[in-house]
Design a protein. Structure first.
Length: 203
């Protein structure tokens, strides 16, 4: 399925992809002022799903801009490329999963601003790898949050994470936040980092 140059506004959920197999592609679209969520991606069986959203806007929704909600033995690959996610009631993008979930969330060249609680949020009992590259995560409650099981890993490469009200980055063990030591964290009165970061040396 492909969604191209479309506006989803004033719904409960703009788009709800449930137990999707194959690939959902979203391009040049807008998801705003929906009561709960702009885009919800959910799986609770054993399916394999791929979602790619590019050059789209997920903003001013009641709770979530993008919500990836997984359970069961789901494999999900989600890519957000050149998206804008701002002013959502709770979280810009969140990804959660069950014990047997395996997911990969890739974010590049995107902006997450003025989301009330979190810009980017990962909290799972399974394996969730989130990679954030060349993005701006500014003026949220918390910029980036990692929690849950040891399989929850957020890797940060060349981002600006600044002016978030609580912390720019929050890490709750045993989840892991890896940094390539080239991220800019500035202007946070509460402290840039809560928890610890794992430096990664580029090869």
């Amino acid at each position: 399925m492909t969604i191209d140059n479309t506006i989803f506004s004033g719904n409960g959920a703009g788009v709800y992809a449930l137990n999707t197999t194959g690939t959902l592609t979203i391009r040049g679209s807008r998801f705003d002022n929906n009561g709960l969520v702009g885009l919800k991606i959910s799986g609770d069986g054993s399916e394999s799903m791929t979602v790619v959203a590019s050059q789209s806007d997920f903003s001013s929704n009641g709770a979530y801009g993008v919500w990836v909600d997984l359970a069961g033995s789901v494999f999900a690959g989600v890519t957000l490329d050149k998206v804008s996610v701002h002013g959502n009631g709770i979280v810009g993008v969140t990804i959660t999963g069950g014990n047997t979930t395996l997911a990969n969330l890739s974010i590049g060249e995107s902006e997450f601003t003025f989301n009330a609680k979190y810009g980017i949020h990962a909290n799972s009992m399974g394996v969730v790898l989130t990679t954030v590259t060349n993005s701006a995560i500014n003026d949220n409650g918390v910029g980036v949050f990692a929690g849950g099981a040891p399989g929850v890993i957020i890797a940060l490469n060349n981002n600006t994470i600044a002016r978030n009200a609580d912390n720019d980055i929050q890490q709750m063990a045993p989840a892991v936040v890896r940094t390539f030591s080239n991220n800019a964290l500035t202007g946070n009165a509460s402290g840039d980092v809560s928890g610890s970061l794992v430096p990664v040396t580029p090869r």
